[in-house]
Design a protein around this ligand. Structure first.
Ligand SMILES: NC(=O)c1ccc[n+]([C@@H]2O[C@H](COP(=O)([O-])OP(=O)(O)OC[C@H]3O[C@@H](n4cnc5c(N)ncnc54)[C@H](O)[C@@H]3O)[C@@H](O)[C@H]2O)c1
Length: 269
């Protein structure tokens, strides 16, 4: 432990399922963290879970909708005011489309649903990166985004989520190219995680369990990962030394979903 010692970090979506696991791991690794999330209830729960880090001045939970430029400017300003630098920007923000098909969406709701999915799943990270750029250049910092199994394969969501998560890969690759050598950017692509994911409010969707019954049976590794399994990979990508030669990569952390094939594997005894 200690790969993020005295690193100043901003974690968007930091009170959600994976986001909170990232915040926990970053704090355990010695980081100072501003964690922002749209859900006030989740921010309150985050603050209640980590009183010792709040007392040390190493955790600040903020309720903020990060889909606007102003919110991201304010959050970056808060990190600089509190910690004096920004070394690592993480986004765990995401909204799921609950696998709704294009045919199922009412045309009257489609424009708003497209705007919402892309604004939150892609745009929030772009706004945050833009706001953080001068500070990340100064610190030779790292950016860690959240892609998905759906960034590579169909069937991990509906078209609104799948297209947006494919776009996250484009953001990572293009910005790795634009921001090198000063800033590195990579992403984690989760497979399944036992969280309650927010849906598209433009379609009237309410939060739902991300893991469907029976999911374990199709995972080559045979079980749903612990949320802490994700936190470890975000720590690697956030650390200056651990991932020093990595930029533009998207790491699947998917229990083998991308290699499951069409038939059960013949396992070597
Ligand atoms: N759970 C899974 O199985 C799974 C699989 C693949 C990818 N992912 C991705 O992992 C990331 C984290 O998802 P999770 O499973 O922890 O879900 P989650 O809903 O627990 O976490 C997402 C968090 O983002 C916050 N958020 C949403 N819109 C926001 C906004 N505009 N401003 C600020 N905060 C906002 C939510 O309040 C929530 O706390 C997402 O990007 C998701 O797409 C999850």
């Amino acid at each position: 432990m200690g790969v993020l010692k005295e690193q100043s970090c901003l974690v968007l979506g930091g009170a959600g399922g994976i986001g909170k696991a990232v915040v926990r791991r970053y704090l355990e690794e010695g980081a100072r963290v501003v964690a922002a999330d749209r859900s006030n209830d989740r921010v309150v729960a985050l603050n209640e879970e980590f009183p010792e880090f709040i007392a040390e001045g190493r955790l600040i939970g903020v309720c903020s909708d990060v889909s606007t430029w102003t919110a991201n400017q304010q959050l970056v300003g808060r990190v600089i005011d509190e910690f004096g630098a920004l070394d690592v920007l993480v986004s765990c923000v995401g909204i799921y489309d609950q696998a709704v098909t294009l045919a199922e969406i009412d045309p009257a709701q489609l424009e708003a649903a497209i705007d919402e999915s892309f604004r939150v799943n892609v745009g929030a990270a772009l706004l945050a990166i833009k706001a953080a750029l001068p500070h990340l250049r100064t610190s030779r910092g790292r950016i860690v985004l959240t892609a998905s199994f759906a960034s590579f394969q169909p069937g991990g969501g509906g078209v609104l989520y799948t297209a947006a998560k494919h776009a996250v890969v484009g953001v990572v690759q293009q910005l790795a190219y634009e921001l090198a050598p000063d800033i590195r950017i990579n992403a984690v692509a989760p497979g399944v995680a036992a969280t309650v994911m927010v849906g598209l409010t433009s379609l009237g969707q309410t939060p739902k369990d991300a893991v469907l019954p029976g999911t374990e049976a199709v995972l080559p590794l045979g079980s749903i990962p612990e949320l802490s399994d994700y936190g470890a990979v975000y720590a690697l990508l956030g650390s200056a030394e651990g991932s020093a030669a990595m930029t533009g990569t998207v790491i699947p952390v998917d229990s083998g979903l991308l290699v499951r094939g069409i038939a059960p594997a013949r396992r070597t005894p």
